[in-house]
Ligand binder design. Structure first.
Ligand code: SAH
Length: 447
């Protein structure tokens, strides 16, 4: 292991929001350093692994800001609270510019008016501190130690209050938090989901055993303190695993799910279903995607990687028919339910790998006019993209939470006759380095 301290200027930023410096010709990435700043940086090398830490910022960027959250430097959930929101937005705009400007000019990123407390989902892990007190928070990186967090700058405020009450009730009833190493104790995590429009609140208690001593007292005390809670679910996870939720569930109060409204459609959200975590920006994202598609009412639309069918249902109002495909079978069940709930009859959903499904559609020479695709961080695969080209829809609206894989896929599609018409970054995750981007492509040649 070697250590050295250098005084350097930060010459750029990587995709994770770390500052880039050069030390003897070699690029080093420094957390919490901003482009343009001069700083004293400690660089350590252990075998091939180089890490760096800014010890003192000598010349500050105009974008440097005091983090709002006292846990910012330990928690790791946010990476950009040391930058003003203006600075964060420019950083995200630059990421997309660098990657995609050769295809088309980039629209200004759609930002949030209030970039705090936007999350509708909060997960807290329960533990005891060294004095045996109940704490809740998140795991420290690469360890089983829980960093206590009492207030979060990006979660819905009511979730912090409910978690505080859970800690208090645990103390009153002497309930033990689960200890991963010793495999002892009871309450592992508390998951809270809130409906932004409906105001409904679901509390999921993830426990290590199906036998819940004092269950009725626990539930009634929690409800007395928080009458705003609309449902409480017990989820049993008795495995040694980093997965949060187990298989078995029991509704302790209410209907076992919450509902929320997005772009005029109502969605049912159960403990396990995937749902976008920033409701305000999700509407902004979907509205822009639908606008880009310019649906006239006569189209057959494919929604690939459709999740619980959000885009499908919203698009169905402007199209003749929508086909959704999704790998997760629970999400597909939710999509079917959601269509019924909204009395929508021109959608159908398939539980299949999107790439495989596309091959079948292409073989069957199915006519598709418009494709929405919203793949996970890894992007799409060549099988999907090759079949997409074969199907030859006039328009493709590609939504992605990882611009690097999105750009890789754009390279493929633009080489096969598609043209990028519009690029729209959206800030779905303020205070973090994540950036969402919608790209509209249109077919240039007849395949
Ligand atoms: N469009 C939805 C979900 C996007 S998240 C929304 O906005 O809510 C990406 C989705 O892709 C997830 O639901 C995930 O389960 C699904 N997925 C991942 N790999 C897939 C594959 N190979 N085929 C189909 N769906 C896949």
């Amino acid at each position: 292991m070697s250590n050295e301290t250098v005084k350097v200027k930060c010459i750029g930023m990587d995709e994770e929001g770390k500052g880039i410096i050069k030390v003897r010709g070699r690029e080093v990435h420094v957390p919490y350093l901003i482009e343009g700043e001069t700083a004293v940086v400690e660089v350590s090398q252990k075998k091939n692994f180089v890490s760096a830490r800014a010890v003192k910022i000598e010349e500050k960027s105009k974008y440097r800001a005091a983090p709002k959250c006292p846990h910012f430097y330990q928690c790791g959930g946010c990476q950009l609270q040391h930058m003003s929101y203006q600075g964060q937005s420019e950083f995200k705009q630059n990421i997309i510019e660098k990657l995609m400007k050769r295809y088309q000019k980039i629209n200004p990123i759609l930002t949030m008016e209030d970039p705090y407390h936007y999350r509708n989902k909060m997960l807290s892990t329960m533990a005891h501190d060294e004095k045996g007190r109940v704490v809740s928070g998140i795991y420290e990186e690469y360890s089983h130690k829980v960093i206590p967090i009492e207030e979060c700058a990006i979660q819905d405020r009511c979730a912090d209050e409910i978690i505080a009450s859970v800690r208090e009730i645990m103390r009153t009833y002497k309930m033990k938090a689960y200890d991963e190493d010793r495999e002892q104790g009871f309450l592992r995590h508390v998951l809270i989901k809130t409906g932004f429009v409906s105001g409904e609140i679901m509390v999921v208690l993830v426990v290590a055993s199906p036998i819940f001593p004092g269950k009725n007292n626990f539930v009634s005390t929690l409800l007395k303190k928080h009458p705003e809670i609309t449902t409480i679910v017990m989820n049993v996870n008795n495995r040694k695993t980093s997965m949060v939720l187990g298989e078995t569930e029991k509704v302790l109060y209410g209907k076992g799910y919450i509902e929320d409204t997005l772009c005029g459609c109502v969605f049912q959200i159960s403990p396990k279903s995937f749902y976008q975590i920033n409701p305000i920006q999700t509407e902004v994202l979907y509205e822009k995607a639908i606008e880009m598609a310019g649906l006239k009412g006569s189209e057959t639309v494919l929604d690939a990687y459709c999740g619980i069918g959000t885009i499908s249902l919203i698009a169905s109002k402007g199209a003749k028919h929508v086909i959704g495909v999704e790998l997760n079978k629970d999400a597909v069940k939710d999509a079917v339910k959601n269509a019924k709930r909204n009395k929508i009859t021109n959608t159908e959903f398939y539980n299949e790998d999107a790439g495989q499904f596309m091959v079948r559609l292409a073989e069957a020479r199915q006519k598709i006019d418009t494709v929405f695709m919203d793949p996970p961080r890894g992007g799409s695969d060549e099988r999907f993209l090759a079949s997409l080209v074969k199907l030859g829809p006039k328009k493709v609206i590609y939504i992605s939470c990882n611009p690097v894989t999105q750009e890789r896929d754009l390279k493929f599609l633009t080489a096969k006759g598609y043209k990028v018409e519009e690029i729209q970054p959206v800030d779905m995750f303020p205070q973090t380095f994540h950036v969402e981007c919608i790209v509209k492509l249109s077919r240039q040649i007849n395949g």
